[in-house]
Design a protein around this ligand. Structure first.
Ligand code: CAA
Length: 380
C-alpha cells in the first residue's frame, strides 16, 4: 500500500507533533507522578479539533479521515499516552459510536459538544467479571416502559470522573444473551449514578480510571442507541474501530521510546566512543526501527481499510496485537540502552515502558485480538 501523506495529513501530523512537544511534554512527568488529569491540555486538544477528528463538521467535528486520526494518536503518544487515551476514547468509542448509530436528537444533544471538546465522554463496558467475556454483563437495564432502570457496577472506566456523558452497556433480557443487551447514554449527575474510587495504576497515570456504580438510575428510552438488543453489536463494532486508535497509541509509544534511545546512544560514551558505535546497541536500534516500521504499516493499513469502507475487524486486531507487542519490546530495550538513566524518571523511557503495557490489555487483550484474528482466518 502507498501511505504517502496528503498535504493536509502532513500538516495535521505536524500540528500534533508541535502540540505534544510544546504543551504535553513540559508537565508529563509531574502529571504521571501525581496522577493528575491533563485538564488544560484536553481543552487545547479540543480547540485543535483533536477530540472529534472524524466527526462531520455539521456536528462540530473536524471531518477528517481515520489515517489523520492515527497520525495524531501516534504523535501525541510519543510524548504522553495518558493524554492520547482520552483522545482515543472520545473519538473512536464515544463520538464514532454516536455518529454512526445515534438518533438525530442524540447527535444534536451530545455529539456536537463531544466533538468540539466542550465535554468528553466515557465508554462503559467492562465489569468486575466481564472484561474479555463481554456477553456476561451483570449490569442490568430493565425495561420500565418509557425508561430503563439501570443497576450494576462498571470497572476500569477511562475518563471515569472527567466525562459528562457515559455510554453504558447493560443486560435487558438475560435469556436473549448477547441479543438482550442495550447501549444507553447516561448523563453525569443522573440520580443514583455514583463514582467509585480512582484506580492507582502502573501506567497512563494521568488519565482518570474509575469504577462506576448505578443504583436504580432511570435512563429515558430515547437515550438507547439503536434498536432494542443492539447493545452488544454496538460495543463490538465500536471497539473494532477503537482498536485502530489503541494500535496507533502503541505505535507512538514505541516510536517515542526509539527516538529517545537513538538520540541517547549518539550522545552517551562508553569504552571511548558513543555507545551507538557498539554493535550490541546498533543491532538493538536496527531491530527497534524495523519492528516499528512493520507496526506502522499494519496500523496505517487498518486505518485505510476503515477509510475505504473495507472490513477492518481483522486488520485492526492484527495492528493492535502487533503494535502493542512492539511497544512493549521497544520500550524495554529503550530502558536498557539508557542503562541506569533509563531507570530514572527524567529520561522518560521508564514511563513509556509502563504505559506500553496497557496497550496489550485495554480494548481487548492480546489474547482477544488472537480470537478475532483466528476466527477471521478460519472462517474465510
Ligand atoms: N462487528 C459486528 N458484530 C460483531 C462483531 C464485530 N466486530 N464481533 C462480534 N459481533 C457479533 C457477532 O456477529 C454475533 O452476532 P450474531 O449472533 O447476530 O451472529 C454476536 O456479536 C456475538 O458474537 P460472538 O459469538 O463472536 O461473541 P463472543 O461472546 O464469542 O465474543 C469477543 C467475542 C471477540 C471475545 C468479544 O467478547 C470481545 O471483543 N471481547 C473483548 C471486549 C473488550 O474489548 N473489552 C474492552 C473494554 S472497553 C475498553 O477497554 C475501553 C477503554 O477504557 C480504553
Amino acid at each position: 500500500m502507498n501511505f504517502t501523506l496528503t498535504e493536509e495529513q502532513r500538516l495535521i501530523q505536524e500540528a500534533a507533533r508541535d502540540f505534544a512537544q510544546n504543551d504535553l511534554l513540559p508537565g508529563v512527568i509531574e502529571r504521571d507522578e501525581a496522577q493528575k488529569f491533563p485538564t488544560d491540555e484536553v481543552r487545547k486538544m479540543g480547540e485543535l479539533g483533536f477530540l472529534g477528528m472524524m466527526v462531520d463538521p455539521k456536528y462540530g467535528g473536524s471531518g477528517l479521515d481515520t489515517l489523520s486520526y492515527v497520525l495524531v494518536m501516534e504523535e501525541l503518544s510519543k510524548i504522553d499516552a495518558s493524554s492520547s487515551v482520552i483522545v482515543s476514547v472520545n473519538n473512536s468509542l464515544v463520538c464514532w459510536g454516536l455518529e454512526t448509530f445515534g438518533t438525530e436528537a442524540q447527535k444534536e444533544k451530545y455529539l456536537t459538544r463531544l466533538a468540539t471538546g466542550e465535554i468528553i465522554g466515557a465508554f462503559c463496558l467492562s465489569e468486575p467479571e466481564a472484561g474479555s467475556d463481554a456477553t456476561s454483563q451483570k449490569t442490568t437495564a430493565i425495561d420500565k416502559g418509557d425508561y430503563y432502570l439501570l443497576n450494576g457496577t462498571k470497572n476500569w472506566i477511562t475518563n471515569g470522573s472527567s466525562a459528562e456523558v457515559y455510554l453504558v452497556i447493560a443486560q435487558t433480557d438475560k435469556d436473549k444473551k448477547h441479543k438482550g443487551i442495550n447501549a444507553l447514554i447516561v448523563d453525569k449527575g443522573a440520580k443514583g449514578f455514583e463514582l467509585g474510587p480512582k484506580e492507582n495504576k502502573l501506567g497512563i497515570r494521568g488519565s482518570d480510571t474509575h469504577s462506576l456504580m448505578f443504583n436504580d438510575v432511570k435512563v429515558p428510552k430515547e437515550n438507547r442507541i439503536g434498536e432494542d438488543g443492539f447493545g452488544f453489536k454496538f460495543a463490538m463494532k465500536t471497539l473494532a474501530g477503537g482498536r485502530i486508535g489503541i494500535a496507533a497509541q502503541a505505535l507512538g509509544i514505541a516510536a517515542g521510546a526509539y527516538e529517545l534511545a537513538l538520540k541517547y546512544s549518539k550522545e552517551r560514551k562508553a569504552f571511548g566512543t558513543e555507545i551507538s558505535n557498539h554493535q550490541a546497541i546498533a543491532f538493538k536500534l536496527a531491530d527497534m526501527h524495523t519492528n516499528i516500521e512493520a507496526a506502522r504499516n499494519l496500523v496505517y493499513k487498518a486505518a485505510c481499510d476503515k477509510d475505504s469502507n473495507e472490513d477492518y475487524d481483522l486488520s485492526g486486531a492484527m495492528a493492535k496485537l502487533y503494535a502493542s507487542q512492539v511497544a512493549m519490546d521497544t520500550t524495554i530495550e529503550a530502558v536498557q540502552i539508557h542503562g541506569g538513566n533509563g531507570f530514572v524518571k527524567d529520561y522518560h523511557v521508564e514511563r513509556l515502558m509502563r504505559d506500553a503495557k496497557i496497550t496489550q490489555i485495554y480494548e481487548g487483550t492480546s489474547e482477544i485480538q488472537k480470537i478475532v484474528i483466528s476466527r477471521s482466518i478460519l472462517t474465510d
